[in-house]
Design a protein around this ligand. Sequence first.
Ligand code: TXA
Ligand code: MG
Length: 339
Amino acid sequence: MDTIVAKPTEQVIEKACEILRNGDIVAIPTETVYGLAGDASNADAIKKIFTAKGRPQDNPLIVHISNMDMLNKVVSQVSQDAMKLANAFWPGPLTIIMPKSKYICDETCAGLDSVGVRMPSNEIARKIIEISQIPFAAPSANISGRPSPTTAEDVFADMNGKISLIIDGGECSAGVESTVVSCLNDTPIILRPGVITKEQMELVLGHNVEIAKEVLNGVNKDSKVLSPGMKYKHYSPNADITIVKGTLDNFAKYVNGIKDNDVYIMCFDGENEKFVHPSISYGPIDQPQIQTHKLFSVLRQLDRLGAKVVYARCPDTNGVALAVYNRLIRAAGFKIIDV
Ligand code: TXA
Ligand code: MG
C-alpha cells in the first residue's frame, strides 16, 4: 500500500472522513501525539488498528469526541467528578475512563465494560470528528512499544506501507500522551500522568485524586492492573537506556568513566559540555513542559544516530515532570541506578 503524507487541506480532511466512514484507518495529529484513527463502533476498523500497530489484544483504545452530545453516545453514565473534569479540561489532553455504552464495540475497549474518552483541542482532529460525525478510537500512531510519534515523519517511519494517509499537522504541542484518569470509583485515580496534573484536577474537584502505583513502578506481566497499557515495555528506542539518579557532578563522573563506544547521554539543557560522550539534551532541568515536548523526539533521534547504550539524567517526579519520568522509566525498562 502507498502511504501519502498530506497537509490538512479541506480536501484532505474530507478524504480522512471518507476513510473513517469506509471502516478504514488514518493517521491524524492531536495536541498530544499523532493518533491512528478508526470508527470506534466498527469492529473491523478497530482490528485494522491493532494489526497496523502490532498492539497486544488486551490493551484498550481511547475514544475521541468533539462535543458533549457525543459523550452521551459513547458512555452509559457520567459521574459528577467526570463531568467537572470534562468541563474544566476539555477540549484538551485529558482522557476520562467511564462506563461504556453499547455504541462502542467491544474490540475498542478490549472487552472491558469501561471506555476512555477525550475531546482533543487540535483543530484538525476536531474537524474530522465534526464533519464525519464519527467518534474515533485512536491509539498513538507508532508500532507498539516504540516512542509515540510527535511529527508526521515519525508516523511515516512506523506506518509506511500499512495505512493510506497520514495528515501532517506539524509538531504536536504537548508531545506526551493525554493524562488518563479513571472516574469509575469514588476517588478518581490517575492511570497515566500527562500535562494535566493531579494538583490541577484536585483544585477543580475539591477532593483527593490518587495516582496508581504502576505509574512509578514496573508491573508484573501477568498481574491484573487497572490500565492494561501499563504492563508493556513502552516508548523504547533501539538503544539500551539506563536512568542515573544523582547530582550532575556525580552523574558526569559516573558516565565519563564508561569507556564503551556508542554511548550517548541524555541530559538537561546546558549540561552537554560535562561529558566525554556525545549528548542530547531534552529540555531545561526546571521546565518539564519543555521536557514533555522534546522527550519522544529525542528518543527517536537516538535511534537515527545509532545509539546502542544511553545514560539519562533523571527527571523529577512531581507535577508535569511525572509524565516525563513515567515515560522515561518505561523506555529504560525500569533500569535506574543511584550514584
Ligand atoms: O494522547 C493520547 O491519549 C493519544 C492521542 C492519539 O489521543 N492516544 C493514546 O492512546 O495515547 P494509547 O492507546 O497509546 O494509550 C491509551 C492508554 C493505554 O495505556 C490504555 O491501557 C489506557 O489508555 N486505557 C484505554 N482505555 C482504558 C480503559 N477502559 N481502562 C483502563 N485503561 C484504559
Ligand atoms: Mg501508545
